[in-house]
Design a protein. Structure first.
Length: 104
């Protein structure tokens, strides 16, 4: 999974969207695409804890940081090296830092 790291400045440009679309097309053409999407701002997040029927809704995100996840790609890669290469390409396409994390 490739998480896009961004600030709350909403700095996306039309040129970046063109590059992201091209990257998405490449992933799909190479059968590496599973799903991708953007995430709402952290102000829209809330932590829910219903362990033991606690019924807790914090009404706020888990972390209050200047940087946060603004989107993601869930990809299929045949090796760690391919996943890392795709993360570098995704970072370049969206002009943001990304975090690459394997699924268990």
């Amino acid at each position: 999974m490739i998480f896009v790291i961004d600030t709350l400045a909403n700095t996306g440009t039309s040129d970046e969207m063109v590059a992201i679309d091209a990257f998405n097309d490449q992933l799909q053409a190479n059968n590496q695409w599973i799903v991708a999407g953007g995430l709402a701002a952290p102000a829209n997040a809330r932590v829910i804890d219903n362990r033991l029927d606690a019924g807790i809704d914090t009404g706020k995100p888990l972390f209050a940081q200047a940087e946060q996840f603004s989107g993601f790609w869930l990809i299929q890669a045949e090796s760690d090296e391919v996943a890392q290469r795709l993360a570098f390409e995704g970072s370049k396409a969206c002009n943001r830092k990304v975090e690459l994390r394997p699924l268990l």
